[in-house]
Write a protein that binds this ligand. Structure first.
Ligand code: PLP
Length: 373
């Protein structure tokens, strides 16, 4: 254990809220207060009764509104988070051949799950260097195209686009949903877990599904393909359409996700949320570009994420030390993604983070670096 340099950041310089983690990410205090106020009639009550079903229904409808979903799209949900959804998709959404865009940790994990599924053909894997966004190649033999909206490990935002042809488009939106704009008509399954932009807790998956995706779920479920019940999307769909989940969900997670959805919708929708992230991104990347010791890792500005920033530091400044000093001063979770192995900081600019706190963070980093130099 190396010792952490004793550097104190003045109180007046610090952000009001010290949570900058890219997952789990900042949960709005207003949501937690609302949950506490309603806890006695909500937490610890049956998820098969109206008290909870009304909240699930409000969440499902609020999400359709936030995403400006085309007619016929539905919100499905179940337990297990985004990682479980990958396995569920290998059983219930991919017929045989998927095309996987891979450039970072999360996209490579889904590609691995698909490659390992014994009932599927080998996926077409299109891999790019970390920090890039490889593009799809339309192919008649592909029945599902898979890519992340936001590759959280590298800070790359992929455009949500649909290739020519009729394969389904499955978008892992775990860190992008609720913070990045997109056209829902370009995705058949836009799925995420709510512990990132949705300012909630983990353990749940939520999926915006097109009619074609639900038809695919029905078609595969009618074949003799074996699937574990917890991964059965037909079961999840039947329950979701009744505002329930197959097994017991975390009620607090659902409640907090609804509070975020209401906050965004009441303030003008996804444009409001994405606008906050745009403002934070302009501040943070602008700062990095103006410093001789910091550089945005993602070179192509068009795919530089507005919800998760990855910033390389000059070799003369040890990023782990900066991160540790910030932590000692109450500024949390700014380290780069471990497996990327770079001298890097990674910072959430998700809509719940105040743009003014991103500004304050840049002053804090400057302060720490000046003291280290
Ligand atoms: C965080 C994350 C996941 C994993 O989510 P879990 O809910 O922990 O399974 C998957 N994909 C992306 C893009 C993520 O950011």
């Amino acid at each position: 254990m190396t010792t952490i340099p004793d550097i104190t950041i003045p109180d007046s310089m610090r952000p009001l809220d010290g949570r900058f983690g890219s997952g789990p990410s900042k949960v709005r205090s207003e949501s937690v207060a609302a949950l506490a106020a309603e806890a006695d009639t909500f937490l610890g009550t049956s998820h098969r009764q109206d008290g909870v079903k009304i909240v699930v229904s409000a969440l499902r409808n609020g999400l359709l509104e936030m995403f400006d979903a085309p007619d016929g799209y539905q919100i499905l949900m179940g337990n297990g988070g985004a990682t479980l959804f990958w396995d569920a998709a290998t059983f219930g959404l991919i017929e045989d051949t998927a095309q996987m865009l891979v450039s970072g940790e999360f996209s490579s994990k889904f590609a691995k799950a698909v490659a390992l599924a014994p009932h599927l053909g080998d996926p077409e894997v299109i891999e790019g260097e970390p920090g890039t966004a490889p593009a799809m190649i339309a192919n008649d033999g592909v029945d599902a195209y898979c890519y992340p909206h936001n590759e959280t490990s590298t800070g790359v935002a992929f455009p949500v686009v649909r290739p020519a042809g009729d394969g389904l488009v499955l978008v892992d939106a775990t860190s992008g949903a609720g913070g990045l704009r997109f056209d829902a008509a370009n995705a058949d399954v836009y799925y995420f877990a709510p512990q990132k932009c949705f300012s909630s807790d983990g353990g749940l998956w939520i999926a915006l599904c097109s009619p074609a995706a639900m038809e695919r779920i029905d078609t595969i479920a009618a074949t003799d393909r074996w699937m574990p019940e917890i991964l059965n999307l037909k079961t999840a769909m039947d329950n979701s359409l009744k505002d329930q989940t197959y097994n017991t969900p975390a009620l607090a997670t659902i409640y907090l996700a609804l509070k975020y959805t209401e906050w965004v919708n009441e303030n003008g929708g996804l444009n409001f949320a994405a606008g906050r992230s745009d403002q934070s991104a302009a501040t943070l990347y602008g700062w990095a570009n103006a410093r001789d010791y910091a550089t945005p890792f993602v070179q192509d500005e068009a795919i530089r994420s507005h919800v998760v920033a990855t910033i390389d530091l000059d070799e003369s400044i040890d990023a782990d030390t900066v991160v540790a000093v910030l932590r000692a001063n109450g500024i949390l979770d700014t380290s780069g993604y471990r497996k990327l192995g770079r001298n890097q900081m990674r910072i959430s600019m998700m809509p719940s983070v105040e743009p003014s706190d991103i500004e304050a963070l840049t002053h804090c980093i400057d302060h720490v670096v000046a003291a280290l130099r």
